[in-house]
Design a protein around this ligand. Structure first.
Ligand code: DGJ
Length: 695
């Protein structure tokens, strides 16, 4: 087991990393080490002991505590904040004992308890040795007779090697412009990224990376994410004693949880790792973890899909969708997905959400007629739903106006003319489970796109079972319960997570969904950057990418295909307007994609030249056995036609010989990687080059 224990010291080892904790002389649970793995357990440094410097800088500030509560003379960002029943807002945690377990993954649990009050706190560590990742979470248990109020419960505080000279990388954005990378100097104080929107959000991504001088291919990187689809918070703090710490957890903004006697509260997982060789290596570890550990359908290739949204908007019916399906099938599409507009009274965004049965005018025979046609064309059928939402103009809202998130004394702010059902409520959960069970049992549906098109407002819950501010967490727990129940009932269905594009992309939702719709922006040149940001923490097979008509007068169809072929390929253009040449090109690209998709969806991804930094970019995927690879190169616009950068391949076996499409003679992997190659492209041209080992 990769966990070494003694009565006062714990060392967790993965394939390449070591993480050490220990009790210092004052009995404080202290972080000791997180970096490259060392040969012997005894090699890891001893815990720092408290030194009192002045009455203003007390020992706690010098000691990197593993999970500090808010108490005594601690002014840095605490991991836990509690109010006990008598009003005491001070937490004095003492180490009690530890336990370990081995299955399904090695785990360490450190048990702490408040010195006077009946609160037990367990710090959990799950070790994913192969992926150099550690998952941390916390369980709080009320051992007394009176409620305890939790005001903050982070999942982990990660301490970096001593120093205040780090860079913090994170991603920000908005609807239609997700996953912009930012790398900035960390200075003393707190830097916060977060979501207060009820969902993960387009605006910040629950991912971070810390480095000193790392590049894509070299240098130390500490990185992590939070497996949660609701409000979250990541803070990076540099203290006055040059200690750098990252806190990860549920957002404490407007949060409180009443922990009743004998109850437990379990936080979601904060998953982090360390690499020596750059941002690319960090991403690849996360990709493998997602594909091998998280996803419901591991190792299942995703089908090429067609989605009707951009072609038809709400204007769907059996005849027109069947016509699109025919064209799609002719191009080699394998899964036909009908988007918004199919259900009762849904002609615009102003009505229908909540009434999940086929609109009688558009589908007089139910969905069965269309599905039969789609299946007869040799394709699977998929359907769009947005079950967490309701339009005020719907039978559901008229029957249950109290089911939405609201304050009774306030107007209910609409966004896209819809309100949010309170998924914290069990009656709402049961309703959604029951309507979706009906749809899925009555129809031959292989794929569900689950959408969510607004953020929260007036977050009230007047008859909440506990503190009304539990809404933030209970909503997501309810969502997971609904999705989990449906997954159990329909294990073969593939689910896609969408929230107006990339508003719900996180490790939490990937316990249920196999794919993510990462942006409503389908313009190919913008998409290059969005896709690259997404790849920082999520693999290509989870990234649904459609070829649409957005930018068609400027960006060639082949370029648009090549961009989407970097993920899980889909088509979303209006096929009725695609001429014969377009359809033939599409069929050709889809054929090629089917040939190379195992490498893209399951291989190692190397970001060679970043589209977020350059108008000429390249990305490569290499099969796990290094025998095959695919290189994508894109030139958006360069004013100098002669000065194209060299492309240095990555991930090949240096001593094996490889052929690259269109380049004469085999060369060693080392040569393709070190000497590189030049790919000639004009503005708005792209190329896919296949790479094959020949010896
Ligand atoms: C937002 C999604 O991101 C789109 O792809 C589409 O499904 C629309 N919602 C439908 O309302």
């Amino acid at each position: 087991m990769p966990i070494h224990t003694s009565p006062t010291s714990w060392v967790i080892e993965t394939k390449n990393t070591g993480y050490a904790i220990g009790l210092n002389e004052a009995g404080l649970l202290t972080h000791r080490y997180w970096r490259a793995r060392l040969p012997f357990a005894a090699d890891y440094p001893a815990p720092v002991n408290p030194i009192e410097r002045s009455s203003f800088d007390m020992p706690q500030h010098y000691t990197p505590e593993e999970y500090p509560g808010y108490s005594a003379l601690r002014y840095f960002d605490p991991a836990l904040k509690i109010t006990f029943a008598d009003g005491t807002r001070d937490l004095v945690l003492h180490y009690v004992d530890f336990s370990t377990s081995a299955s399904p993954y090695p785990e360490l649990a450190l048990h702490l308890k408040d010195e006077a009050y009946p609160l037990s706190v367990t710090l959990h560590y799950r070790v994913h040795e192969e992926y150099d990742l550690i998952a941390r979470w916390v369980t709080l248990e009320n051992l007394g007779n009176e409620p305890i109020l939790i005001e903050r419960a982070f999942s982990a505080k990660w301490t970096l090697p001593h120093g205040d000279d780090y860079f913090f990388s994170h991603m920000f954005g908005r609807h239609n412009n997700e996953y912009n990378m930012k790398r900035e100097v960390l200075t003393p104080g707190l830097k916060t990224i977060e979501s207060r929107r009820l969902t993960t959000s387009h605006h910040h991504t629950p991912w971070f990376a810390i480095d000193r001088n790392a590049t894509e291919d070299s240098g130390e990187v500490w990185f992590g994410t939070f497996a949660w689809s609701g409000n979250w918070k990541i803070t990076a703090e540099v203290t006055e004693f040059a200690s750098t710490r990252i806190s990860v957890g549920l957002n404490d903004w407007d949060f409180a949880w009443k922990l009743n006697p004998a109850e437990t509260f379990v936080t979601p997982e904060s998953i982090s790792g360390y690499v020596k060789d750059g941002f690319g290596a960090a991403s690849r570890l996360m990709h493998d973890y997602v594909r091998n550990i998280l996803l419901p359908h591991k190792n299942q290739l995703h089908k090429v899909l067609y989605n009707s949204w951009e072609a038809t908007l709400f204007d769907v019916d059996e005849i027109s969708q069947s016509k699109l399906a025919e064209v799609a099938a002719g191009m080699g599409i394998e899964l036909f997905v009908m988007d918004d507009g199919w259900f009762h009274n849904r002609n615009l965004d102003n009505a229908g959400l909540g009434d999940w049965f086929p609109d009688k005018t558009k589908f007089p025979n139910g969905l069965g007629g269309l599905i039969k046609n789609v299946n007869a064309l040799g394709m699977d059928f998929g359907l769009w739903v947005e079950p967490e939402m309701v339009n005020p103009d719907s039978d559901l809202y008229r029957a249950h106006p109290d089911w939405v998130i609201h304050f009774p004394s306030r107007a209910r702010t609409e966004a896209r003319r819809q309100l949010i059902l309170n998924l914290g409520r069990t009656d709402v959960q049961e309703y959604i489970i029951s309507v979706l069970t009906t749809i899925l049992s009555e129809n031959n549906i292989q794929f569900i796109k689950w959408d969510m098109n607004r953020n929260v407002s007036e977050p009230g819950w007047s008859d909440a079972p506990g503190d009304a501010r539990e809404l933030w967490v209970r909503y997501v727990q309810g969502l997971y319960h609904v999705w989990g129940t449906l997954r159990e009932r329909f294990p073969n269905v593939i689910w896609q997570s969408c929230s107006g594009g990339g508003g719900r992309a996180d490790f939490g939702i990937l316990h249920f969904a196999d794919q993510i719709w990462i942006s409503d922006n389908t313009e190919a040149t913008a998409r290059l950057s969005i896709q690259e940001g997404f790849s920082q923490f999520l693999p290509a097979n989870t990234m649904e990418a459609w070829v649409t008509d957005w930018g068609r007068n400027v960006v060639p169809l082949e370029f648009r295909f090549h961009v989407s072929m970097c993920g899980s390929l889909g088509v979303g253009g209006n096929l009725n307007e695609w001429d014969q040449a377009d359809r033939e090109l599409a069929a050709h690209c889809i054929r090629l994609y089917k040939e190379i998709r195992p490498i893209i969806q399951f291989g190692d991804q190397y970001r060679l030249i970043s589209p977020q930094k350059s108008m000429f970019s390249a990305v490569q995927y290499v099969s796990k056995d290094q025998s095959e690879a695919v290189l994508f190169v894109f030139r958006v616009y360069l004013s100098d036609p002669t000065n194209l950068p060299m492309i240095h391949l990555r991930g090949l076996n240096p001593t094996a010989l490889y052929e690259v499409d269109g380049y004469s003679g085999p060369r060693s992997g080392a040569s393709w990687m070190e000497a590189g190659l030049r790919v000639e492209l004009k503005n708005l041209q792209s190329k896919i080059l296949k790479i094959k080992q020949v010896e």
